[in-house]
Write a protein that binds this ligand. Structure first.
Ligand SMILES: NC(=O)C1=CN([C@@H]2O[C@H](COP(=O)(O)OP(=O)(O)OC[C@H]3O[C@@H](n4cnc5c(N)ncnc54)[C@H](O)[C@@H]3O)[C@@H](O)[C@H]2O)C=CC1
Ligand SMILES: O=C(O)C1=N[C@H](C(=O)O)C[C@H](O)C1
Length: 251
């Protein structure tokens, strides 16, 4: 299939490699210095555009692709709080197509299924309090990570004693600590760590006086995200509307 890349950074390059290995063609690569290519015949020839940019650019990129009726797969995080409703409206009834996931790896899809089940079990065991921690490279623009927000929303949806999640502290390599760990009992605290070149670690911990239970997903590289994004593009070619990893992996 024909794939356009929007955002040719760390993820864009890795997705290109995986897409070529799977026999796809890259028809267009758009980054900040060639925005006019959105209006090129090459871009319009794409079956799907794969978008990995940043929290502020993502939504405009969806709109520019939709103008040409090009379907989009996107992993950009941090835009949901401002544009979720507009994206839901644009993709309603398959008018436009966006496959979005805060994390494309199969490992996180499995982790998410375990996370939901564990939260349900914990309704019977109020002696455990739950907290989350995510660790990423120091270049990351958003905190908490998109994956942490998705996992936190799943816990809040499944455990009766938590009403919402709250960003706690962000700790940097140089020892700086931003934010505060203060929170009410019904708030799920999510702490962030920014360290070196870490691709992404997500940890959910249930702690009681007697013991603690921790589940962790630790990405060894970005390869799992890139493969998932290309699998999502293959799926998106034949589907419409607002899609996510639950559609692809059927959890
Ligand atoms: N859902 C998932 O599985 C994953 C999501 N991400 C997310 O993907 C995004 C990108 O991650 P990386 O590739 O690591 O970042 P990066 O910083 O290496 O690459 C982003 C690229 O987008 C370009 N860009 C910025 N504004 C643009 C615009 N308006 N149009 C086109 N290109 C533009 C930048 O110049 C840069 O080349 C982040 O939001 C990150 O959180 C990252 C890894 C996995
Ligand atoms: O910025 C990253 O690198 C990552 N971002 C995603 C997120 O915010 O959850 C996914 C992955 O953890 C890597």
């Amino acid at each position: 299939m024909n794939i356009a890349l929007i955002g040719y950074g760390k993820m864009g390059h890795m997705i290109e490699q995986v897409a070529l290995e799977r026999g796809h063609r890259i028809v267009c690569r758009i980054d900040v210095d060639n925005q006019e290519d959105f209006d090129s015949p090459e871009f319009a020839s794409a079956d799907v555009a794969i978008e990995f940019t940043n929290p502020t650019a993502a939504f405009d990129n969806y709109c520019r692709a939709f103008k040409h009726h090009v379907k989009v797969v996107s992993g950009s995080t941090g835009w949901m709080k401002d544009h979720r409703a507009e994206v839901e409206e644009m993709t309603r009834d398959g008018k436009q197509t966006l496959f979005w996931a805060s994390n494309f790896s199969i490992g996180v899809a499995i982790f998410s299924a375990v996370n939901r089940y564990l939260a349900q079990i914990m309704n019977r065991f109020p002696q455990y309090d739950v907290q989350m921690e995510e660790t990423h490279h120091v270049h990351k623009l958003d905190a908490p990570s998109g994956t942490a927000i998705t996992l936190a929303e799943e816990i809040v949806d499944n455990i009766d004693r938590k009403a919402k999640w709250k960003l706690g502290t962000t700790t940097w390599d140089d020892g700086r600590v931003e934010g505060s760990a203060d929170h009410n009992a019904d708030e799920l605290l999510v702490n962030s760590i920014r360290h070196g070149e870490v691709p992404g670690i997500h940890r959910v911990t249930y702690n009681s006086e007697a013991d603690s239970i921790t589940i962790t997903h630790d990405a060894h590289s970005r390869m799992g995200f890139a493969l998932g994004a290309v699998l999502a593009a293959e799926y998106t070619k034949d589907h419409t509307g607002l899609l996510t990893t639950n559609d692809l992996f059927k959890f």
